[in-house]
Design a protein around this ligand. Structure first.
Ligand SMILES: [Zn+2]
Length: 488
């Protein structure tokens, strides 16, 4: 049974999907006006781990992750400039050019970090009609009002506003007031209210649409509600994001989605904690905002970065230091060397304690998945994997690893890698004897030896083929034939 910590109920809950066949999962994607940093990437990698755990359990996963290319304002609460519009003006490019550029960098980074791509990556600018439909629905139900710079959602009208935060409406209002981030907008009723549609100011050159609510552009929150419900339905399983989205973005998504449909929006809210650098929040002034590119240019591999970013528990902060990154690189190299050694180690005959060894390996592999089932406890899962490596290394050193035992360890490592995504298969392949051509060459040598009646040499080659490649040679009237030895 998979248990996940649900922010909505603030408890670990057994995961029960709405449909037994397919799990619907939405992860908030990037606002494409800058290069996503490794803190952002940590969130996407942890979401990838969750998805892979679901896939490993046999579910199909319909995963949607948006790309925000308009409407995300300087403050999440919905004030200030549009981040993308601002960047486009600064760079003297179109908003589309900016969004395309950063989306390309982002998808490149996801690929480098071996993240399984979402099934759909909808762009906000392609879904304006869906957003306007949703806004019209909210308008008909009386949740909206017009203020100076846009159409606002009246949060006081939605019973249970802020449930995701565990705070009362009054407390949220006072927190926002004290935060002093709230701009004075004429006609705005509550500090927690947010724009679903912003009016054009007249200075915008692009990404402005005519609508029954006036000429303008959508608010960031309505984008995620409209796109998630379009692709996953009005009620779906899992919604993920960073913990910084709980109080405003996700709280507002819930309010407008449930106000519009009258149904529960999402069953499980899964939130990732931050990556810190040298124990501090990443910041421009400390020059501690690193991208995947930065880290790779320092000589680290993308796969070691993936390993580092997935190694902590997703609900705890993870501290990035270059020392920790070096350790991750070293550990990753150690795992890869182990996999090569595992594939290439000479196979011993079956020994009396073979069953006991394999039982131990299987227990560790089970422990790995059991740990992940417990709210994705990755540190415990990795400890179990290191147990497999340690036990197998001892076995190899003792010269006792049999063919069946090696197969058992390889199976276990490969199964764990379905979730880890650290490309174990490549390393195992590297370690495997370069069989086909080597075998053919040895068989030819043996045939030549037989023709020369050097039977001693032919026998030596036969023994070598059996020991090294587990290949059995048979001599027939039409020449020699070979096949792989049956496993024990
Ligand atoms: Zn979102």
């Amino acid at each position: 049974m998979l248990r996940l910590f649900n922010t909505l109920t603030r408890s670990k809950e057994v995961f029960r999907p709405i449909s037994q066949e397919i799990v619907c999962m939405y992860t908030c994607g990037i606002t494409a006006y800058y290069t996503a940093h490794i803190g952002n990437m940590r969130t996407y990698i942890n979401e990838d781990i969750l998805k892979r755990v679901l896939l490993h359990r046999g579910y199909r996963v319909n995963h949607v992750q948006n790309i925000t290319d308009v409407g995300h304002l300087a403050s999440d609460a919905g004030e200030g400039d549009d981040k993308l519009r601002h960047e486009a003006e600064k760079e003297k490019k179109s908003m589309k050019e900016i969004a395309d550029m950063y989306t390309a960098i982002f998808t490149d980074d996801l690929n480098r970090l071996n993240v399984i791509m979402p099934n759909t990556m909808p762009k906000a600018t392609d879904h304006i009609p869906e957003m306007l439909d949703l806004i019209a629905k909210l308008d008909r139900k009386g949740y909206l009002y017009k203020a100076e710079n846009g159409i606002y959602f009246d949060t006081s009208k939605f019973a249970g506003y802020g449930e995701l935060t565990g705070m009362s409406f009054e407390r949220l209002v006072s927190e926002l007031r004290e935060g002093a981030r709230v701009e004075k907008v004429a006609g705005k009723r509550n500090p927690t209210d947010f724009a679903v549609w912003r009016f054009a100011s007249g200075s915008e050159k692009e990404c402005i649409w005519d609508s029954p609510f006036g000429r303008g552009f959508p608010g960031w929150h309505i984008e995620c509600s409209a796109m998630s419900m379009k692709y996953l339905g009005k009620h779906f399983d899992i919604h993920c994001g960073g913990i910084d989205h709980i109080q405003i973005h996700h709280t507002n998504e819930i309010a407008q989605s449930e106000a519009a449909t009258g149904e529960k929006f999402v069953n499980y809210w899964v939130h990732n904690n931050f990556l810190v650098v040298d124990d501090k929040k990443m910041s421009k002034s400390l020059r501690s905002i690193y991208s995947v590119d930065h880290v790779m240019k320092m000589g680290y591999s993308a796969i070691a970065l993936r390993f580092f970013l997935l190694s902590g528990h997703y609900r705890q902060t993870l501290n990035f230091t270059f020392e920790a990154m070096s350790n991750a690189e070293k550990t990753m190299r150690g795992i890869y060397q182990f996999l090569e050694r595992l594939a290439s180690a000479p196979r011993a005959e079956k020994s009396a304690d073979s069953r006991a060894f394999m039982a131990k390996i299987r227990v560790s592999v089970r422990m790995f998945f059991k740990s992940l089932d417990d709210d994705l406890n990755m540190p415990a899962a990795l400890a179990a994997m290191h147990g497999v490596i340690k036990d197998t290394n001892i076995r190899i050193a003792e010269g006792k690893l049999s063919r069946t035992e090696a197969a058992c360890v390889i199976d276990g490592m490969m199964e764990m890698d379905e979730v880890l995504g650290l490309e174990f298969a490549k390393q195992i392949k590297k370690g495997e004897p370069k069989s086909a051509s080597e075998i053919e060459a040895l068989i030819n040598d043996r045939d030549a030896a037989r023709r020369a009646k050097d039977f001693a040499k032919a026998d030596r080659i036969r023994t070598m083929l059996k020991q090294k490649f587990h290949v059995v040679v048979e001599d027939t009237e039409s020449g020699s034939r070979w096949h792989e030895e049956q496993s024990q």
